[in-house]
Write a new protein. Structure first.
Length: 255
């Protein structure tokens, strides 16, 4: 004699299924929950910096960190902006500093072609005499890491990355805990002309249950997270952000 399922039994089974799905959703959400923590205090370390507080906001405004080589070194100005977090950032956690700079130079850095051909393409004068330095400092002001664009960012814990929208970030991951990051814009006396600048939009790190960096950027292999500034050893890359844009019809090219 077969058993007949009663309405009450069917409802109980559906409740069990619903509860399982609900718990799976909660567990999945918590597993991938990540929070952006932005630097909240902007401090001008040396002139000139314009609209410094813009660099503490999560929007399209920015601070301009400017420099000028002066005339034969007379009147030379170097700008430096420090962005400080409310609490120490743990060692090896990456802070992403969104920047705006000469796109020709940044694209060349992404391609890793800092050789004689690159000097001919974007000009050795630009690369050597207008450059920026980035780094991080502990709460007492001690430098825990630094690197310069004209020094090839030889420190492997400093990288340049680009997201799917084409925005550029400096990714800084010191081996020690730190409280702040800084950007310095430098123009040597040999570079004539008006003031130069680097634009700083904001700085943030990502915390959560996951250990990986946020998927905002791609590397040469399209595996996410970071692209070593000089890790391609002469290869050229175009449309690198297409590797993570979620569109199977788009792609990066390497040569």
């Amino acid at each position: 004699m077969g058993q007949t399922s009663t309405p009450k039994a069917r409802m109980a089974r559906w409740m069990v299924i619903f509860l399982h799905l609900f718990l799976l959703t909660i567990i999945s959400s918590s597993s991938y929950a990540q929070t952006k923590t932005f630097a909240t205090t902007a401090t001008v370390i040396s002139n000139t910096v314009v609209d410094k507080d813009n660099a503490t906001r999560d929007d399209e405004t920015y601070a301009s960190v400017r420099s000028n080589g002066g005339t034969l070194g007379i009147g030379k100005l170097t700008g430096e902006l420090r962005l400080t977090f409310d609490q120490d950032v743990p060692a090896n956690r990456t802070t992403f500093i969104r920047i705006g700079y000469d796109t020709g130079v940044l694209n060349s850095l992404l391609g890793g072609n800092l050789g004689s051909s690159l000097a001919g393409l974007v000009g050795s004068l630009v690369l050597g005499n207008h450059y920026f330095t980035v780094g991080a400092r502990s709460a007492d002001g001690t430098n825990v890491i630094s690197g310069s664009s004209n020094g090839s960012f030889s420190n492997t814990n400093i990288k340049l990355v680009r997201d799917v929208q084409g925005n550029y970030y400096l990714a800084v991951a010191p081996n020690f805990a730190y409280r702040s990051v800084f950007i310095r814009d430098v123009t040597n006396a040999f570079l004539l002309g008006g003031p130069n600048e680097i634009r700083v939009f904001n700085a943030f790190h990502v915390s959560g249950t996951g250990n990986s960096d946020p998927p905002i950027a791609t590397d040469f292999e399209g595996t996410g997270a970071t692209l070593d500034l000089l890790g391609l050893t002469g290869a050229g890359v175009t449309d690198i952000q297409n590797a993570i844009d979620g569109n199977p019809a788009s792609f990066s090219k390497a040569s």
